[in-house]
Design a protein around this ligand. Structure first.
Ligand code: PLP
Length: 405
């Protein structure tokens, strides 16, 4: 289905040998590696096309501006948004959520109102809401999860009260890989005219996302988890919300007219893009999306699902393993612990065997509290990973467990 040998050649870092063999990179949930076409795009742009955007009449600036706005159009199509006005470039998921929490919260959240989040959230989809809740005197409510790491939706109708101003949750859990039924949750919230923000930081790289089909009010993601550069991300917002929300930051490019008495703001999307945008990384993100679409998101989803199923079976061979997050609906992430062993010790020894996994709370401490643990070992796969790597991982893990127990 996928030509893995060819794909792996596009990612030179996968040839890195620190100890004995090329690195087995299973930390894709934290960040993905970059295909050479993305780094070439960045280098070429800096070396031959760079100029500040939206500013000057000279040809370099025109080219830069065109490339930046073309990147926006690519992202509009990638998410199936209805207009470029709905695509705001940010520095990443964290900034996108902070923007909405701060700006939407300023305009729409007041004392006694409720913000509904899920128990599976990353800290970046918890803390910004706590800031605005504290500032406005609002209350955070939580959709609970079960032992499999699935959201419990039986009581959703009651949680969506007449005080709920926004629902915010991820489409895929970074810690467990659970795919949440966001379309169903959005439909339930919309019955009560409550908008929903979807954190797509862990979904856009694994599945096709269509914001109009989901009917999401806001959708956010980071470039670096989608094979693109760091420091660039996206906020999709329905035009009606973005129009109603006040600017988040002030500065150049986000204004129509400034005087000492009064300033008027630029139209969307620039109203939310104060200062010199990270235009080169936006152009790099376009190149990453083109690459991913060349491979095909459907092919990626099928290939990664096959890897996941294979890994789930293989890892059962490891003594004393405890799996966390066993929903049938999962993206390519496995979280587990080893009875009586600290995750960091496992991660440290695996590193010496050229295997990169993530250990710890994965920025989801409330989720760890649910299980009564301090952290897990997480293997998160990408489409450049292979079954041979999972075999090596399983055998290495068996050795590590033998040493530590
Ligand atoms: N949300 C989820 C589900 C994530 O996995 C992450 C990062 O791991 C974030 C938000 C934050 O992303 P960033 O650090 O790129 O802003």
């Amino acid at each position: 289905m996928l030509d893995i040998d060819k794909i792996r050649k596009d990612f030179p870092i996968l040839e890195t040998v620190k100890y004995k063999r090329p690195i087995v990179y299973f930390d894709n949930g934290a960040t993905t590696q970059k295909p050479k076409v993305v780094t070439d795009t960045l280098t070429n742009f800096y070396l031959s096309k760079n100029a500040n955007i939206h500013r000057a009449v000279h040809f370099l600036s025109q080219e830069s501006t065109n490339a930046y706005e073309t990147a926006r159009t690519t992202i509009k199509s990638f998410l199936n948004a209805s207009s470029e006005k709905e695509i705001i470039f940010t520095s990443g998921t964290t900034e996108s959520i902070n923007l909405v929490a701060s700006s939407f919260g300023e305009r729409f959240i007041f004392k006694g109102d409720e913000i509904l989040i899920s128990e599976l959230e990353h800290h970046s989809n918890i803390v910004p809401w706590q800031f605005i809740a504290e500032k406005k005197g609002a209350i955070i409510k939580v959709i609970p999860m079960n032992n499999k790491g699935e959201l419990i939706l039986d009581n959703l109708d009651n949680l969506l009260s007449d005080k709920t101003k926004i629902v915010t949750l991820n489409q895929v859990s970074n810690s467990l890989g659970t795919i949440n039924p966001v379309k169903k949750i959005i439909a339930a919230a919309h019955k009560k005219e409550i908008p929903v923000l979807i954190d797509g930081a862990q979904s856009v790289q694994h599945m096709k996302v269509d914001v109009q089909d989901l009917d999401a009010d806001f959708f956010v993601f980071s470039g670096h988890k989608l094979y693109g550069p760091t420091g660039i991300g996206v906020l999709y917002g329905k035009e009606k919300w973005l129009e109603a929300m006040p600017p988040y930051k002030g500065g150049g490019d986000m204004i129509k007219k400034v005087s000492f008495e009064k300033t008027t703001y630029a139209d969307l999307p620039l109203k939310f893009e104060a200062g010199t945008a990270n235009y080169i990384d936006a152009i790099g993100l376009k190149s990453a999306i083109d690459y991913v679409q060349g491979v095909g998101l459907q092919n990626i989803a099928e290939y990664e699902n096959d890897l996941l199923k294979y890994a789930e079976q293989k890892l059962k061979e490891v003594p004393n393993i405890i799996f966390y997050g066993t929903s049938v609906n999962k993206a390519a992430t496995i979280s587990f612990g080893i009875k009586g062993v600290h995750p960091t010790d496992v991660g440290t020894l695996l590193d010496k065997l050229d295997i990169a996994v993530r250990t710890g709370s994965h920025c989801t401490q409330p989720l760890m509290d649910f299980y009564g643990i301090s952290g897990t070992i997480r293997a998160s796969f990408a489409f450049y990973n292979m079954k041979e790597e999972i075999d090596y991982f399983t055998e290495s893990l068996k050795k590590v467990v033998m040493m530590l127990t």
